[in-house]
Design a protein. Sequence first.
Length: 310
Amino acid sequence: MKTIIDISNFITEEKTFVTIGTFDGVHYGHQKILEKLILEAKKTGKKSVLLTFFPHPRMVLQKGASIELINTITEREKLLKKTGLDYLIIHPFSREFSRTTALEFVRDILVNKFNISKLIIGYDHHFGKNREGNIQQLTEYSYLYDFTVEEIPAQDVDDVSVSSTKIRHALHAGNLKTANRYLGYNFMLNGVVVNGKKLGGKIGYPTANISIEEDYKLIPKTGVYVVKATINKNSVFGMMNIGNRPTVNGNYQTIEVHFFDFNQDLYGKKLTIELMYFLRNEEKFDSLDALIHQLKEDEKMAKNYILNTP
C-alpha cells in the first residue's frame, strides 16, 4: 500500500476502484467494504483507493468540540496496510475544502484526479458541502461521468449493526469483549514511556507510565485491564491501570502498565499496548496493604486469563 498525503499528489493513468470515509476503527463493517473493493479491483485489473481525511472534519468545523477517535491517524494507516489496498490517500481537511460541492467533488476529484471506474461506499454515505451529496446524487453523476456506484448495506454481527459509535460506547462502558469483537482485533493505545512517581516499584509492582500525544485518541473506561505489548519482537503480557490512583490521592489520570516477569528499562520507548480483557473497575483502598493484596489478586486473574486464551 502506498500512502499519499493530499489529493493533489495523486496522479494515475490507470482506472481505479474507490471508497471514501473516515474508517475510524477499521472495524468489521469497514473490513467488509475494503474486502469487496480490493477483490473487485484486482479481478478487473484496476487499482484500489481509499480516500480519507485528517484532521477529522468535526475537528475543523466544530472548533472546541470534544472528539474521540478509536484510532490515531498513524494507527489507522497501519491497520489499512494489512488489508491489501493499493493506495491510501489522506487529504488534509480544511474549511476551504468543506465548501466543495457534491458535483465538484465527483467531477474534479473522483473523475479528473482518480480516473474512477467504480465507487463502493458504505450505507447512508453523505459527502460534499453541507453533506448534500448522497447515493441518489452519486448514481445520477455516475451516468453523466461513466462510472458505477455500489452501496454496501449495513454490516451485522449477531444482528447488531457494527459502527464506530457503538464501539466507542462499548469502550466507555468497559465492555472490551464487544469492542474487540466488532473491531476484529484488540483495541490499542500507542504512547511513549515517561517518568512517573515510581510508587509502583515501591510496592513491588513497577509500572511503565504511558503518555499519549494525540488528545483526540479515545481512552477507555477507568479500571484494570489485561494487556499485551511487543517489545524487542517478543510478546510481553501485563496488567494496566487507567485512572486517578485514588488510594495514593492521585488527582489526574494516568495510564500505567505492569509487565509480568519483565525488568528492562523502557523510558523513552514507544509502545503499542493491546487491551485484551477488562478485569475490574478502579477502586479506592483503605491502605497500601489492601491495594497490594488486590494487585496480587489481579495478577493471578490476569495470568489465568492469558493462560486460557488461545
